[in-house]
Design a protein around this ligand. Structure first.
Ligand SMILES: C[S@@+](CC[C@H](N)C(=O)[O-])C[C@H]1O[C@@H](n2cnc3c(N)ncnc32)[C@H](O)[C@@H]1O
Length: 252
């Protein structure tokens, strides 16, 4: 399975982006969700980096993720920060519920992990069905340029003075028709200079045009669609922006 976030990938995510890290998304989403008292769904909740501050701000959030190692980090974060939330182990597409959410939020590009246009557009309709009347959907996308800029790289995180984990990334393919980039991620766990474990992951991202995603929102049954650049609500994105947010309201 692509984009599977195995044990080492999840460990690296936790080391690199623990609770407390914000890309401006936490503050922006908290503002946009200010009026919301009911349930919020975060598909791709990961290690809880984004979830925990929402809970601390008094929001009720359900976290959904297909990676058990990621959810293990999220559970530990809930305990550490003494907050609670229901965490569901499932795929975006497979998650079914009778609950209706006042908002569904996908910060920092998790939506781009769905590398099939058809699956992604079906998912928007699925999200619409899980929203309550006037429920909101907010999705971040990385602009195409930040996806293409990815050079082969090696990064390292220390676990202790003698132990570390490394991540090497290499581009495998760019499909300009399907708008999908694929990288090979090689995670390695080292103890005292000896390789203990290797984890390979094929990592695909689909890039979206902002207007393309806004149109997909419309087709899926959303209205009042707003495109915002750099976490400034309704500011037209510019070339310099490293993040774009599309927001819409369920059409009744
Ligand atoms: C980039 S992380 C985002 C984590 C968190 N939302 C944050 O803001 O830091 C993306 C998460 O999406 C999850 N994921 C990827 N594909 C998925 C799928 N098809 N269904 C459910 N979760 C998925 C991964 O396991 C990972 O935890």
């Amino acid at each position: 399975m692509k984009n599977k976030y195995g044990a080492l990938a999840s460990l690296v995510y936790e080391l690199d982006k623990p609770v407390g890290v914000s890309f401006g998304d936490v503050e922006y989403y908290l503002k946009r969700l200010q009026q919301i008292d009911g349930l919020i769904l975060e598909p791709g909740v990961g290690n809880g980096r984004f979830l925990i501050p929402l809970l601390k701000a008094g929001k009720s959030v359900v976290g959904l993720d297909s990676s058990e190692p990621m959810l293990a980090h999220a559970r530990a974060a809930l305990t550490k920060h003494q907050v609670s939330a229901r965490l569901e182990l499932n795929t975006f597409q497979g998650y079914q519920t009778d609950e209706r959410y006042e908002a569904i939020v996908m910060p920092v590009g998790s939506f781009q992990l769905i590398d099939s246009f058809d699956t992604a557009t079906e998912l928007l309709a699925h999200f619409r069905n899980m929203l309550s009347e006037k429920g909101r959907l907010l999705i971040d996308i990385d602009p195409a340029h930040s996806i293409f800029l990815g050079e082969p790289s090696v990064r390292k995180w220390r676990l202790s003075p003698r132990d570390c984990v490394t991540l090497s990334t290499k581009r495998l393919a760019i499909d300009y028709v399907s708008q999908v980039t694929t990288e090979l991620h090689r995670y390695e766990l080292w103890e005292d200079g000896v390789l203990q474990k290797t984890e390979l992951e094929e990592f695909s991202l689909r890039w979206w045009g902002a207007n393309e995603l806004a149109l997909a929102f419309k087709v899926a049954g959303f209205t009042d669609i707003v495109i915002s650049g750099g976490y400034e609500f309704s500011r037209k994105p510019s070339n310099e922006d490293s993040i774009i947010t599309v927001e819409g309201v369920k059409k009744t």
